[in-house]
Structure formats: C-alpha cells, structure tokens
Design a protein around this ligand. Structure first.
Ligand code: NAD
Length: 251
C-alpha cells in the first residue's frame, strides 16, 4: 500500500517506537497524527508532517475526536500504528511491587483495550474511504511484545496484555477483511526506548549480549522500518512478527 499522501494515526507517538514511526511515516509523505497523553504531547518536538494530539487510547470520545481529525485531514486515513503502552513490573505476591487487581486492570486497559479501542474506531473511518486499485483501504499495526510468549518475573499483567494483542491479530484481520483492512502485530524484543530508562548501563549491556544477532538492543528505527515494510507489503495480514534478533529469554 502506498504511504505518500495518506493520513496515519500513531498512538504513543510522542516517545520511543511511536515517535520513530511517526517520523518515518512523515518522512515518506504521510500526514501523521501522533496521539499521546497530554504531558507527553507537550514535550514532543515540532516536526514536519506530524500533528500531535492529546488523547488517551482508553477514552472512546478522545480517540473518536482524533480519528475524525485524521479522517477529515484531506488525505485518506489508511494507516494506524498502535504503540501506546505501559510496562510496569510487579510480582503477583511478595513484599514489594505487588500486582494488585487495580494495576492488572490498568495494564490490560491501556495495552489491550486501548489498542482495540483505537483499532475499532479507526477501522470504521477507514472503511468509509475509497479503496485503492487492489481493493485495499488500510492497515492496522498493533504492538505486542516477546513477553506475550516468554514473560519474565514481574510481567504477569504485561505478558497477559501483550498475549491478548497477539491473539486478536488473526480474528481482527478476518473481521476487517471485508472492509479491505489488514491487521498485523509486531512483537518487539528489547528495544532501547524510554521504557528502558530505569535500567543500569551494565544491565543494558547484559541484555544486548543476550541477543543472538545482531548483538545489540533493537532501536526505535528498527521498529519503524518494519512498520513501513508491513504497510507496503499487501500480502502480510493476520500475522504476528517477532522483531527480536532471535532473542529467547531464559527465566
Ligand atoms: P515509551 O514509554 O517510550 O512510549 C509509550 C508511549 O505511550 C508514551 O509516550 C506514553 O505517554 C504513551 N501512553 C501510555 N499510556 C497511554 C494512553 N493511555 N494513551 C495514550 N498514550 C499513552 O515506550 P516504547 O518502548 O516506545 O513502547 C511502545 C510500545 O512497544 C508499547 O506498547 C510497549 O509495550 C511495546 N514494546 C516495547 C518494548 C521495548 O523494549 N521498548 C519491547 C516490546 C514491546
């Protein structure tokens, strides 16, 4: 699918993977609407082709307003990349950082229900656009994690939320096929973003050493490149792609 002259929504677009994807899409001529929380939007740098919009992905009204803005931008809304997410670490039981139900709900609410919320509202708008010569109207890319398959200590809620994102890929792709919309999911390994801000340099190096190849952490640009490839590759649909350098983490 063509990227130039489309409108694109990127959630979590003010930081990390979302910010890199917003830049990459804008660099290829898309009109990008980068959705993020108000505090993050305020700090986002001004960039050509990117409109930052404050919207909480869990709030249907805020997301609908942002979808309307993108759909009414003059370019057909065709691309949605869901990067908004949180990754708190807490054990199920123990002395500190216990995963109480409120935290578990919050992680599911943002990572799983938030992605679904954006997908369903954006898909309704994409379904109203004119199809291209191949009958295609758009593509939704969600973001899971290798934690969906290989959750670590403290990642019960995160892994469950990302497992949900991975699992909804195929049924969502089948549901939206009649609208000419593809659905794909990227499951990144360890990517160097603000989500890793709290770990020490030594720990970071240890993580990089554990990646079979290439021997480094992923970058936001690795993710953005894959997102562009998915948008342009019409036959990719209903699939979860691991982007992890063959990383399989030992518990
Ligand atoms: P990040 O923290 O740099 O960016 C996430 C963005 O999401 C932030 O700007 C944050 O403000 C926004 N956000 C959080 N809650 C939101 C909400 N309710 N509504 C709107 N925006 C909200 O993180 P990142 O590393 O770029 O992660 C992006 C996605 O990739 C996440 O879903 C994360 O789980 C996933 N992921 C990251 C890694 C990694 O190693 N960095 C690995 C696997 C998966």
């Amino acid at each position: 699918m063509q990227i130039t002259d489309t409108a694109a929504i990127v959630t979590g677009g003010a930081s990390g993977l979302g910010a890199a994807t917003a830049r990459a899409l804008a660099g290829r001529g898309a009109k990008v609407f980068a959705l993020d929380l108000p505090g993050a939007v305020e700090k986002a740098p001004i960039a050509d082709g990117i409109t930052y919009t404050a919207a909480d992905v869990t709030d249907a009204d805020q997301v609908q307003t942002a979808v309307d803005q993108a759909a009414g931008s003059g370019n057909p809304l065709r691309i949605v990349v869901n990067c908004a997410g949180i990754g708190p670490s807490a054990r199920i039981a123990g002395r500190k950082g216990v995963h109480d139900l409120d935290l578990f709900r919050k992680v599911l609410e943002i990572n799983l229900l938030g992605s679904f919320n954006v997908m369903r509202l954006a898909a309704a708008a994409i379904g109203e656009t004119e199809a291209d010569q191949h009958g295609q109207r758009g593509v939704v890319i969600n973001t899971a994690s290798v934690a969906a398959y290989d959750g670590q200590i403290g990642q019960a809620a995160y892994a469950a939320s990302k497992g949900g994102v991975a699992s909804l890929t195929l049924p969502a792709a089948r549901d939206l096929s009649s609208s000419g919309i593809r659905v794909m999911t990227i499951a990144p390994g360890i990517v160097d973003t603000p989500m890793l801000a709290t770990v020490s340099e030594e720990f970071r190096q240890g993580l990089a050493d554990g990646v079979p190849f290439p021997k480094r952490l992923g970058t936001p640009e690795d993710y953005a490149q894959l997102a562009l490839d998915i948008v342009e590759h019409d036959y990719l649909n209903g699939e979860v792609i691991r982007m992890d350098g063959a990383l399989r983490m030992a518990p």
